[in-house]
Design a protein around this ligand. Structure first.
Ligand SMILES: [Zn+2]
Length: 44
């Protein structure tokens, strides 16, 4: 699972294929989401 740093959408790995790029907005900077490192997201 990845997260686009531009539109903040979650991206499945198979949507990215060989190019690391957001399929929604085309932004090239995406971040790997690690299950153990979800600390900066405030719970609502
Ligand atoms: Zn995006």
């Amino acid at each position: 699972m990845y997260i686009c740093l531009s539109c903040k959408k979650e991206i499945e790995f198979d949507e990215i294929r060989d190019k690391i790029r957001c399929p929604y907005c085309g932004y090239k900077v995406i971040m790997k989401q690690r299950p153990k490192t979800i600390t900066k997201v405030p719970a609502k």
